[in-house]
Write a protein that binds this ligand. Structure first.
Ligand code: A3P
Ligand code: MG
Ligand code: MG
Length: 397
């Protein structure tokens, strides 16, 4: 067994890492200026093929890239439901695709820019994990207001000073996820079908969008294995981060050889808003999630397709991501992105410093095999108040 560093020293006490961090109400995080957030910069990209193969060579990394084309209002999102190909939700993919993509990118970079970025980075993760960290403060508030809120779990390790965060999917959780997905399969399908109606694999649409039959030709039956992902660098407070995430499409005419985050478009579906209550829910919950998700990757445009329960597309609305906070500001159900940034930054500081100063991390050599793994658990409904806990996993877990 590796020998642990001396537990007591007469000069400096061994660090006693705190193992949990409370999540306070949003107002707590608004008493100081928010941490800086650097505009995300697209570094590289990769694709998943129809059979979920990872494509990261220059010749195929953008195979899944598609361009936005406006869908016809009245389109039937139910189309193709029986023939869709669904990704196997039981497979735990971890961070492999992101790490492999970064290695390939660095290996073919002759300028030294990639090495420079990689040696300064302090957090590498998927956009989904950053979204969870950013939303925890409002999930805690939702739980306090009696809404049913799910917590989350992540695995974390610090290797060479860089924090790696991935989703934790124990078998029991994967099974529950698969069951919920199959019961929501139709609503979920409408989301993917909308993406298909909105996208084309040609940068400049050749068909006339005014013709209903031409627009309908853009539809191809969804295969949820297929994804195009951007890897960006950004920073939150003192943390330089590299974040990977799926991008639904890019604006028409965007140049495949010079992709930038300002080309990105996020697509969402929503039930038609019919009441004041629907509108409040949309602004309070949906717009917050859409904003945070898109903001983290620098996606400037979110196009929402409103649909009926039966899946007919009834209207479209595009939002400038950065204008969204202003739409809700001052309303009774307002949320403030500064609270998300400040709480996410303090979570990163807690996680990074606790793991970095933990004796088992200090004792471990610089190799990912021997690096100790920590489990991060967010329990928004804890009897002692919403808390994020951190503990080291033992070898069997
Ligand atoms: P909508 O968001 O339009 O409902 P994303 O918006 O992140 O690109 O995801 C695309 C679609 O995948 C979603 O469309 C939804 O249909 C489906 N989806 C994403 N996350 C899901 C989840 N946690 N459970 C069920 N379906 C999900
Ligand atoms: Mg998507
Ligand atoms: Mg989407």
């Amino acid at each position: 067994a590796p020998s642990l560093p001396a537990a007591s020293s007469s000069l400096a006490p061994a660090p006693i890492p705190s193992t949990s961090l409370p999540i306070y109400p949003p107002a707590h995080y608004l008493s100081h200026p928010p941490p800086t957030f650097q505009l995300p910069h697209h570094l590289t990209s990769f694709s998943y093929s129809p059979s979920r193969d990872l494509l990261l060579d220059p010749s195929n990394k953008d195979d899944a890239l598609v361009w936005y084309c406006e869908p016809r209002v009245g389109s039937d999102l139910h189309r193709g439901f029986g023939e869709a190909v669904w990704r196997d939700g039981g497979v735990d993919e971890g961070l492999d695709a992101l790490v492999d993509t970064l290695s390939a990118w660095a290996a073919r970079d002759a300028t030294g820019q990639a090495d420079d970025v990689l040696c300064k980075v302090s957090v590498i993760t998927w956009r989904g994990m950053m979204t969870k960290l950013m939303l925890a403060v409002y999930e805690a508030e939702n739980a306090a207001m009696g809404r049913r809120v799910d917590g989350w779990e992540m695995n974390a390790m610090v290797l060479d000073g860089c924090l790696y965060l991935e989703e934790s999917n124990p078998p029991s959780k994967l099974a529950a996820k698969a069951a919920s997905e199959s019961s929501n399969a139709l609503a979920s399908y409408y989301g993917y079908s909308f993406e298909s109606f909105c996208t084309t694999s040609s940068p400049t649409p050749t068909t006339s969008l005014s013709s209903a039959s031409a627009a309908a030709e853009e539809f191809s039956v969804p295969n949820t294995n297929v994804q195009w992902c951007s890897v960006v660098k950004t920073s939150l407070g003192e943390f330089r981060t590299i974040v990977g995430g799926e991008v639904d499409c890019v604006r028409p005419g965007a140049d495949k050889e010079r992709i930038e985050t300002r080309d990105f478009v996020e697509l969402k579906t929503n039930l038609v808003i019919q009441s004041q209550r629907d509108e409040v829910n949309f602004e309070r919950h949906k717009l917050l999630k859409h904003y945070v998700q898109s903001f983290l990757l620098g996606v400037p445009t979110i196009t929402v397709g409103f649909r009926t329960r039966a899946g007919l597309l009834s209207g479209l609305q595009s939002f400038n991501t950065l204008d969204i906070p202003r739409l809700v500001r001052g309303k009774p159900h307002a949320w403030d992105p500064s609270a998300c940034l400040a709480s996410a930054r303090s979570l990163l500081a807690f996680i990074h410093s606790t793991i970095s100063s933990h004796p088992s991390t200090l004792a471990s050599p610089s190799s990912s095999e021997d690096c100790p793994i920590f489990r991060l658990t967010f329990d928004p409904s804890s009897p002692t108040g919403p808390t994020v806990r951190l503990r080291q996993l033992n070898a069997e877990e």
